[in-house]
Design a protein around this ligand. Sequence first.
Ligand SMILES: [Zn+2]
Length: 171
Amino acid sequence: MVNNTIQIESDPTTLAAVQHLKAIDFELAYLALLTREGLKPISRWEKVLDEAALEALREVGLRTRPVHRKVRSGQAFTETVFGNTAAYLEVYAQYFDGLPVDKSAETVRVEGFLFGYPPCCVAQYIKHPYAPNEFPGHKQEILFHWTCEGCVLTPLLMPHYERIYRLTQQY
Ligand SMILES: [Zn+2]
């Protein structure tokens, strides 16, 4: 049985931190809570985060790490990855620090592993991105991976994503 109880933090520091993230962007707060819950080993935020936002992520219990990337034109930018443990953040930085943004199969594989995507969905996406699936659109929208046809793992993950999504809305 999946525990569907919705309970926001009673601790005022965490409460304020999640609200701060949510004020920046709902998706940032949602990713932070999914990651803290362990559904994603790490998550990435591609826009600039100021010190207050980084502090809010840390108050939620996450570690943060800046990673330096380039867009295809060569312009540099900084993204932030966050997770419960330092090791996966290091693995991400080891692979991506200094690298231009790309959509190669290798990149999709490394990202899929570190962002907690089902391996079947990652493999299908590499072969044929956004292949039709039988998954309802409103469910697909709260996920960060494209579900493969006949996926066994996504329906197992779904109630957890839905719970955290509703939790994020409650803050
Ligand atoms: Zn799948």
